[in-house]
Design a binder for this molecule. Structure first.
Ligand SMILES: Cc1cc2nc3c(=O)[nH]c(=O)nc-3n(C[C@H](O)[C@H](O)[C@H](O)COP(=O)(O)OP(=O)(O)OC[C@H]3O[C@@H](n4cnc5c(N)ncnc54)[C@H](O)[C@@H]3O)c2cc1C
Length: 484
């Protein structure tokens, strides 16, 4: 193996690539696949021994992340392809396949809901609430991971697992590669272009350009097995409280309907449990930390086959300064403790959970950076508030469109991502994805869409040997279209 000297240390060079993608979340997977399909020799580097990122942890995939308010498919390409291959593996929410997408495209969301006999389901984009299946549709995380690994192998992308990137190799302002920490030593990886898909602009930060919006809210979905859902429904029937079943907006949970849904293999998003929580707090005050300041009820998401998850969300980790490792770690500890406490509460106080087991928790805790209209100044071009709100742009170098978030004043028909929004100021050979580049980006599907575009930008620029800033936008768009 060739070696190179880095900071006075001789390191083996593990690979010399056209495109290197850092971060194995949904955007990183799409970036690597897109680059490889565009002809680039590519590698994907992930710090954990698990692929998929937050998209495998949070059950917040949803049709509303892919279509506009009228039901037209906005986020196509690789995110859509990966989703459908994962669905074909089975054991995901049947609603995905029950909705007729062609009909939705042609006649709109209400028509598709009607045809599926789901008239009472209310699309997120029309309500502004989270309480509906359009926003939270379960995709089996292991099916998604399996599909991602399979597709990366098919595209000849090698995946480096459990190998955190700890530094960038710089030559003046050019990123020439990265340093990874393997179990026993560090290695260098060289690349003509690098894509930073770490969610927090980690590579820019290593190069001295940090991501400027470090506050985040954190939440985890901890999976439990062996839940007796019929016993739980019987408990709901016998105990009058403000039960709320997510798919039906403004409608009280109807136990008969819940049984019908479960028998049809549908998931149930059950909100309530507050009377039992008050009772538990009376006995053990430690349970008080499960109560939210905003009065939100507890939430159990029943998936299928006796498996479900608790939505663990707490005031101690609702607004975290992720730029301070001490404060961040305190929040993580609070979240970890909350996971077991939540489980203990359900196990000891809610019928149906007596024999439930908390399964493994994920190695990272999902965090959503606070949506901010403040320009971060990190990239060559800061997308403006007006562009995000109206969906209109004067920029000549738009490479992709992402789906807007209705709760955050974003245009639901999408807003444009120019090439220069993906290039960190003052750095070269580095393409940035996610919130550091696109500011208000939120949806899982849109994060992946930007990842796909970033992968193509990196590949076109590397293979044509053109400077990143001069990458042919027309060619990027043509390559992106090719894979539809
Ligand atoms: C509480 C909460 C609610 C949400 N609600 C919704 C919703 O309703 N709808 C929706 O669509 N989205 C929602 N999201 C957002 C969505 O989950 C995320 O925005 C999206 O998944 C982020 O993707 P990402 O790839 O940018 O980050 P990630 O999925 O985190 O991927 C980054 C990857 O990079 C890796 N990595 C990081 N640093 C390094 C390093 N130094 N070396 C190697 N690898 C590294 C990480 O391990 C990870 O695998 C929510 C998120 C949270 C937390």
């Amino acid at each position: 193996m060739e070696t190179m000297v880095y900071n006075g240390e001789t390191l083996p060079v593990l690979a010399d690539l056209d495109v290197l993608v850092v971060g194995g979340g949904f955007p990183g997977i799409c970036a690597a696949l897109a680059a490889a399909r565009a002809g680039a020799k590519c590698m994907l580097v992930e710090r954990y021994a698990v692929l998929g990122g937050q998209a495998a942890e949070i059950d917040t995939w949803g049709i509303d992340g892919f279509v506009n308010a009228e039901g037209k498919l906005l986020i196509d390409g690789l995110p859509w392809e990966i989703l459908h291959r994962a669905l074909a593996e089975g054991q995901s929410d049947p609603l995905w396949t029950r909705l007729d997408m062609a009909l939705m495209e042609k006649e709109g969301i209400p028509a598709a809901l009607h045809a599926a006999q789901l008239d009472e389901y209310v699309p997120y984009c029309n309500t502004g609430t989270f309480m509906n299946p359009f926003n939270d549709q379960y995709v089996n995380p292991n099916a998604y991971r399996y599909v991602a690994h399979s597709m990366l192998m098919e595209a000849d992308v090698q995946v480096l697992m459990e190998t955190p990137v700890i530094d960038v190799i710089m030559d003046d302002c050019q990123i020439k590669g990265i340093i990874v920490q393997a179990f026993f030593r560090r290695f260098a990886l060289l690349a003509r272009r690098t894509v930073d898909a770490t969610q927090n602009g980690a590579l820019s930060a290593m190069a001295g350009h940090p991501f400027q919006h470090p506050r985040a809210y954190m939440g985890t979905l901890t999976r439990v097995a062996n839940v007796d859902v019929l016993k739980l429904i019987a408990f709901i029937r016998a105990n009058d409280e403000d039960w709320f079943l997510r798919p039906m907006k403004g409608k009280k949970a109807d136990p008969d309907e819940m049984i019908r849904l479960v028998e049809g293999g549908n998931p149930l998003a059950i909100h309530g449990f507050m009377k039992s929580l008050e009772f538990a707090i009376g006995k053990h005050p430690t349970y008080a930390s499960l109560k939210r300041n905003n009065g939100d009820p507890l939430f159990f998401f029943y998936e299928r086959d006796s498996i479900g998850s608790y939505w663990t969300f707490g005031d101690a980790f609702a607004d975290v300064d992720t730029s301070d490792p001490l404060l961040y770690s305190q929040a993580v500890v609070a979240a970890r403790k909350q996971q077991w406490l939540m489980h203990k509460f359900f196990r000891d106080y809610i019928p149906g959970f007596e024999h439930a087991h908390l399964m493994d928790v994920y190695s990272n805790i999902s965090k959503a950076y606070m949506q901010s209209m403040e320009p971060s100044g990190l990239t060559e071009y800061d997308i403006t508030e007006a562009e995000i709100r109206t969906g209109r742009t004067e920029q000549p170098d738009v490479v992709t469109i992402i789906r807007g978030h209705p709760n955050a004043g974003q245009n639901q028909d999408g807003w444009a991502i120019p090439l220069r929004a993906l290039i960190p100021k003052g750095l070269d050979h580095l393409v940035l994805t996610g919130k550091p580049a696109c500011r208000m980006i939120h949806y899982i599907a849109s994060c992946a869409k930007v990842g796909e575009a970033a992968g193509v930008v990196a590949a076109v620029s590397a293979l044509d040997a053109t400077p990143l800033r001069e990458t042919s936008v027309a060619k990027v768009i043509e390559v992106l279209k090719r894979r539809k």
